[in-house]
Design a protein around this ligand. Structure first.
Ligand code: KIV
Length: 276
């Protein structure tokens, strides 16, 4: 049985920290699941770290569904959350509901995430009403980078901070089971965390959130085009991969790969017939 939204909410009540990581493919998701991480987000960061787009804006529903299915196949315990792409929940409540349902029905996810607070509350409410758990996402919302003016810290003025608190309350009221707080001052994240009953999951939002989320490529050091300040590299996969690929290339060129160990053979008698 996979982790449920009630178990996630109970973790906040117990003061137990919640870990979330992104994953985009079967084999990585399997490792994350086996590590016991309860929440796996198939983030639209897919667009940047896997597909090579400059932002998350070009990511489509079909791309997200393709990767969500792979992550679901690789997991047994974790709740898989599908990230709703740009403009798949903005136009109307019906649109939002239709696309959220696709993540559950076609993708096999157990929840969806969408960006925004007060402005998406009606959509969140309708999706939840139809039985689909929703994770909110406020602060730096990458689908709005052109409006925000870049990947900058949000909620720094009194007005902006008050607006974020209002957004968090609107999401809670609408029935979101948790809220991602991205790139906001740690003190503000702490206040929001104390004032809402649903778990907050921070990314660049300090230590006092109920949980933390990171893009897996950032913590593994496998995406280096852009390394956010909030990311800690627990490994440097780019170095390991480059070294392995270069060694393979060198060995093929030198004729030292494959060896007998990586080769197959047939019986001497068959060989004798063939070479007659
Ligand atoms: O797309 C993503 O990976 C995200 C996380 C950074 C929260 O939205």
């Amino acid at each position: 049985m996979r982790i449920t939204i009630n178990q996630i909410k109970e973790m906040k009540q117990r003061g137990e920290k919640i870990t979330m990581l992104t994953a985009y493919d079967y084999s990585t998701a399997k490792l994350v699941d086996e590590a016991g991480i309860p929440l796996i987000l198939v983030g639209d960061s897919l667009g940047m770290v896997v597909l090579g787009y400059e932002s998350t804006i070009p990511v489509t529903m079909e791309e997200m569904l393709h990767h969500t299915k792979a992550v679901v196949r690789g997991t047994k315990q974790a709740m898989v959350i599908g990230d709703m792409p740009f403009m798949t929940y903005h136009i109307s409540v019906d649109d939002a509901l239709y696309n959220a349902a696709r993540f559950i029905q076609e993708g096999g996810a157990q929840a969806v995430k969408l960006e925004g607070g007060v402005t998406v509350a009606e959509k969140v409410s309708r999706i939840v009403e139809c039985g689909i758990p929703v994770m909110g996402h406020i602060g730096l919302t990458p689908q709005s980078i052109y409006q925000l003016g870049g990947f900058t810290v949000q909620g720094k003025t009194q007005e902006a901070a008050a607006r974020l608190l209002e957004d968090a309350r609107a999401l809670e009221e609408a029935g979101a089971f948790s809220i991602v707080l991205e790139t906001v001052p740690a003190q503000l994240a702490k206040i929001i965390t104390e004032k809402v009953n649903v778990p907050t999951i921070g990314i660049g939002a300090g230590i006092d959130c109920d949980g933390q989320v990171q893009v897996i490529n950032d913590i593994l050091g496998s995406f280096t085009d852009f390394v956010p300040k909030h990311a800690k590299q627990y490994a440097k996969l780019t170095d390991i991969i480059s070294k392995a690929v270069t060694q393979y290339h060198d060995e093929v060129k030198a004729g030292s790969f494959p060896t007998e160990k990586q080769s197959f053979s047939i019986d001497e008698s068959v060989l004798a017939e063939l070479t007659k």
